[in-house]
Design a binder for this molecule. Sequence first.
Ligand SMILES: Nc1ncnc2c1ncn2[C@@H]1O[C@H](COP(=O)(O)OP(=O)(O)O)[C@@H](O)[C@H]1O
Ligand SMILES: [Mg+2]
Length: 348
Amino acid sequence: MIELHDISVRYAGKGRAVLAVDRVSLSIAAGSIHGIVGTSGAGKSSLLRTINLLERPTTGRVRIGGRDITGLGGAALREARRRIGMVFQHFNLMHTSTVFENAAFALRAAGRPDAEVRARVAEVLELVGLSDKAGAYPAQLSGGQKQRVGIARAIANHPEVLLCDEPTSALDLDTAASILELLAQINQRLGITMVLISHEMNVIKKVCSRVAVMDAGRIVEEGDVYDIFATPQHPFTRQLVEHTQRLDLPARLTEGLRGTLVKIRFLGERAETPVLSEASVRFGVSANILHGKIEYIGNRALGLLVVLLDARGNDAGGSVAAAVDYLRQHTARVDVLHSGHEEARHAA
Ligand SMILES: Nc1ncnc2c1ncn2[C@@H]1O[C@H](COP(=O)(O)OP(=O)(O)O)[C@@H](O)[C@H]1O
Ligand SMILES: [Mg+2]
């Protein structure tokens, strides 16, 4: 368990001070992968670096496994840091050393005997899939391979905690996915507690169980990743989530649209089609599905449908507004994207 209590980080800067982290408290369960998401400058890295005291918090306490490490210095601090590995966006490898020596770094620093270093480095290189690259130099590796070396180095000395600062932000999408998979695998196999920073919700979604959303030095929302995606509360979180769920409809679909375009979000295993057809029948509107997708976070489904509702074909006079109300009551969330009807506009 990592406990951050009332952490602030203030940089003195010339002329003007920067409050990078503003009284943040956060608990991270042992063995979990906890995300911290936010835009650039939000204070994520500053907060992360307080966990191993690379950054001394201006206020607050850092506890790991129940032990307050905030006041540690010298040998005690080095010993505490030994239990915390770190993975960086730009890998931070030693360019004039081989993959083997990079991975061996923490073990050597800890003064482990040579035979142990050799055995352990072989083990971690195997774990990250680089057994055949031990003698290579960083310049000979791809970005993904470099990050694998970074991960091998970080876990070599059996840390309990792994701090990952944008570990996939310098990589292409496929490589990023394989690195995230590797981190998840390491978390499961070795039980290392991980804190993962990203500016992308899609990264968080893939591997984290919980996430803290950071904006301007503060945590504005924190919770289970599925819940944050399904029912984001803070406007900033909504914006981040919506960014990942943008469904791009061709312009011709929304120009001169006849009807009311709604985005319906539904959660879990609930079959949505019955709700939609029920609304259609009850309120005399046609429901034309234009776009839809279901994504899985953990093992739980989160569905999105974009539907065009129209009452005009109904001589008996259907009601789009009533249908939208009904959908609002029976699904997680309904957004009116485009309103072709006066009545629906009122309902929105
Ligand atoms: N060493 C530093 N000295 C002065 N200001 C800093 C330093 N590191 C970060 N900052 C400032 O603190 C704020 C938060 O930065 P950072 O923690 O790197 O955010 P993030 O990782 O979310 O992008 C930014 O305004 C940044 O410019
Ligand atoms: Mg950062």
